[in-house]
Design a protein around this ligand. Structure first.
Ligand code: FAD
Length: 396
């Protein structure tokens, strides 16, 4: 089972796990993907994708399909949620695409997951198994056996832990306890475009930044719907994922912001609540033949809109390293870790800093943000973001 032709086991069928299976298949490596849920899918909300995600899609062989389901926003726009005035915007049109070789886009998570899933289903080297929760693993130096909750075992040459924020695999690999509860509460809603205030139907990834709160909106799915994500820093103590909440409860954290920004929230329906978690960067991603990937390795707040992008880059890097060292998995996994750790740690820590200094400041701190950010040109922002958007997972 430890032979190079034996399959790799992957725990988790999210964006990271599917991308890893595709990356391995591109290199001729077979995999068995083990997903705990009864079906493979994603929640019905949007996701922003930087050009680095599109570099990864191309590498994974799904570039055209991914481009086909995206909405290409013209701007990232930052609004002051207290004054309802624009602070700045970054042009995402031709100059941006020329600079980074790929677009900035927004997609429906279900559509993105569907593209990756179809490519996996169509590939003869990938086997997908549902109702297969990995609860632990054992290894003997030549193979690794994933233990499933149902009592079955799956033995492979490697085990990739792509099992998300609450990863069982991480419990053994990093053994660093539960994730950190950020105290930030996010509410998500997707509304038909005709319910979005007409004067706010911008072709932009828009952020309204206010004291201890912010709003994000952008069009999705060929402009059929708008994605609304609103967040307040209310010191929520417990992790929560996807709990339905009333419209009144959502409004409570936003009573202090401009009526124009509040009006956006009033258009939301069927809100669901998440209390966000992340982790401090930790270098222990590898245990023998077991490696972490995506949120299992580096869960981050969403303020840089990069968690899924980083998972895609991980998949590119992992498959590249395994193909580069076909007879030396230890070296391949070590190169994967040393290449991915600094970059993902930087994004994890910057995501927190962005929340504090751009998304949620008040008073003087907010005035300073406005002064600094409004003084910059799009070209300045391109230069600031080049280390991130120019990356591919293969080194930037
Ligand atoms: C509000 C919000 C907005 C975001 N916006 C963006 C954005 O705009 N851009 C961006 O790039 N990222 C964004 N992210 C981050 C992004 O959603 C995640 O980083 C990404 O989905 C992680 O993918 P993953 O495959 O690593 O983990 P997950 O998506 O969590 O997938 C893990 C999978 O593993 C399965 N699983 C769990 N445990 C087990 C087990 N023990 N055995 C088998 N299967 C298991 C789960 O059912 C799931 O299918 C956002 C996150 C949030 C919360």
């Amino acid at each position: 089972m430890g032979s190079p032709s034996a399959p790799v086991s992957i725990a988790g069928g999210g964006i990271g796990g599917l991308a890893a299976a595709l990356g391995l298949a591109q290199k001729g490596v077979a995999s068995i993907l083990l997903e705990k849920s009864a079906t493979l899918g994603e929640i019905g909300a949007g996701i922003q994708l930087g050009p680095n995600a599109f570099h990864a899609f191309d590498y994974l062989g799904v570039g055209e399909a991914a481009r086909g389901m995206a909405v290409y926003v013209d701007q990232m726009r930052l609004m002051d949620a207290m004054s309802a005035e624009e602070i700045c915007h970054v042009n995402l049109r031709e100059a941006f695409r020329n600079r980074f070789g790929n677009p900035y886009a927004v997609v429906h998570r279900g559509d993105l997951h569907g593209v990756l899933l179809k490519a996996c289903q169509d590939h003869p080297l990938i086997e997908l198994r549902v109702r297969s929760e990995v609860v632990g693993y054992d290894q003997d130096g030549s193979s690794v056996t994933a233990r499933l909750g149902c009592g079955d075992d799956v033995t492979g040459r490697l085990l990739i832990g792509a099992d998300g924020l609450w990863s069982n695999i991480r419990k053994k690999v990093a053994a660093d306890g539960p994730p950190r509860v950020s105290g930030h509460t996010t509410y998500r809603s997707v509304i038909p475009t005709e319910q979005m205030p007409e004067d706010l139907r911008w072709n932009a990834a828009t952020l309204w930044a206010g004291p201890k709160c912010h709003l994000v909106h952008y069009p999705l799915s060929g402009w059929k719907v708008f994605n609304l994500v609103v967040t307040c820093h209310n010191d929520a103590p417990e992790p929560v994922a996807g709990k339905p909440v009333s419209d009144d409860e959502v409004m409570r954290g936003f009573a202090h912001i401009h009526p124009r920004a509040q009006a956006i929230i009033r258009h939301g329906k069927n809100w669901k609540l998440w209390v966000l978690c992340d982790r401090d960067p930790v270098e222990r991603w590898i245990d023998g033949r077991v490696a972490l990937l995506g949120d299992a390795a580096h869960p981050m707040l969403q303020y840089f809109a990069q968690g899924a992008c980083m998972a895609l880059e991980d998949a590119v890097c992992l498959s590249h390293m395994l193909a580069s060292y076909p007879d030396d998995q230890d070296t391949a996994l070590e190169h994967y870790r040393t290449q991915r750790f600094p970059r993902t740690a930087r994004v994890q820590l910057l995501s927190r800093a962005i929340g504090e200094h751009i998304y949620h400041p008040s008073g003087e701190h907010a005035r300073l943000r406005n002064a600094i950010m409004s003084a910059k040109s799009s070209e300045d922002y391109y230069n600031d973001l080049a280390w991130l958007y120019g990356g591919t997972g293969l080194g930037s």
